[in-house]
Structure formats: C-alpha cells, structure tokens
Design a binder for this molecule. Structure first.
Ligand code: GDP
Length: 139
C-alpha cells in the first residue's frame, strides 16, 4: 500500500553531521521525500508531539533532549513506507537494533536514538499534520 510516514532526524544526529547520510539512505531505499523542514522545537512543541508519553518516567528527559538542538522533519512516501521505515530505523534501543539500521549506525542510547518514525497509519497521519499542512506536501 502507498503510505506516508513522518521521520524526524533528532538533535543528536543533526549535531553529529548525519543529516546527509540519513537523507541518502531514504533515497537509496526508495522512500521518497515529499516534505522537509528544519526547526528547533520549543518545549511546548516537543511536549505536544510526545503527548502519548507524558506519563512515562523519561518524558521530561525526552523533551529536554528533543529541544536541545535543531531537528529535520520529513514526510516520506512509498510502498509500505511505515513498516519499511521502521525496519530501516531499527529498535528503539540501539544496543538491540539490527546491524545496518539507522539507530545501530548513528544512535548513542535508548533516548538519543538519532531518528523518529511513525508506528502506524493513524499516528503517521496525526504526526505529519503536526508539522506540515497539506500545501507543504508535494504531489
Ligand atoms: P520509538 O517508537 O522506537 O521511537 O519508541 P517509543 O515510542 O517507545 O519512545 C519514544 C522515544 O522516547 C524514543 O525514540 C526515545 O527517544 C525515548 N525513549 C524510549 N524509551 C526510553 C527510555 O527508557 N528512557 C529514555 N530516557 N528515553 C526513552
């Protein structure tokens, strides 16, 4: 199924200079970049994005990390883009991620884990709409 998913290149990967590596991987894997922007999330923007995790013990640390520097936010499109990107990204904890995944290659630990990817069609829709209007997404 042709799907769209939301990707975030997180502050750790941006500050280490991995934007180009990660974008090149998307292109190589046939995940088409249909929208892209760079931003520095405010506290309330990061809290809003991760609101499903607000009761988790790591929530404040996660928000602090996500606001610590610039991020790149993208909408990706392709056949089965949501699950395909999740497998390219790898497990949340890089120690458990498969070889060659973005998190194995670029992440330091379970929090500073280089990239975000939507986990299901409904979340993808909400997350893309959190950052992009329909007009920002190229046809
Ligand atoms: P994801 O879908 O693989 O990104 O994982 P989750 O939705 O479970 O968690 C969202 C984000 O919270 C992760 O990508 C991490 O940045 C962070 N996170 C998850 N688990 C932990 C944890 O145990 N400790 C800390 N500090 N951060 C975590």
């Amino acid at each position: 199924m042709l799907e769209r998913t939301l990707s975030i290149i997180k502050p750790d990967a941006v500050s280490k200079g991995h934007i180009g590596d990660i974008l090149a991987r998307f292109e190589k894997e046939g995940l088409q970049i249909v929208a892209l922007r760079m931003l520095h999330l405010s506290k309330s923007e990061a809290e809003g994005f991760y609101t499903v995790h607000r009761e988790r013990p790591f929530f404040n640390d996660l928000v602090e990390f996500m606001t610590s520097g610039r991020v790149v936010v993208l909408a990706l499109e392709g056949q089965d883009a949501i699950s395909r990107y999740r497998s390219i990204m790898g497990a949340t904890d890089p120690a458990k991620a498969d070889q060659g995944t973005l998190r194995k290659l670029y992440a330091a630990n379970v929090q500073n884990n280089a990239v975000h990817g939507s986990d299901a069609p409904e979340t993808a829709k909400t997350e893309i709409a959190y950052f992009f209007s329909e007009l920002d997404i190229t046809g």
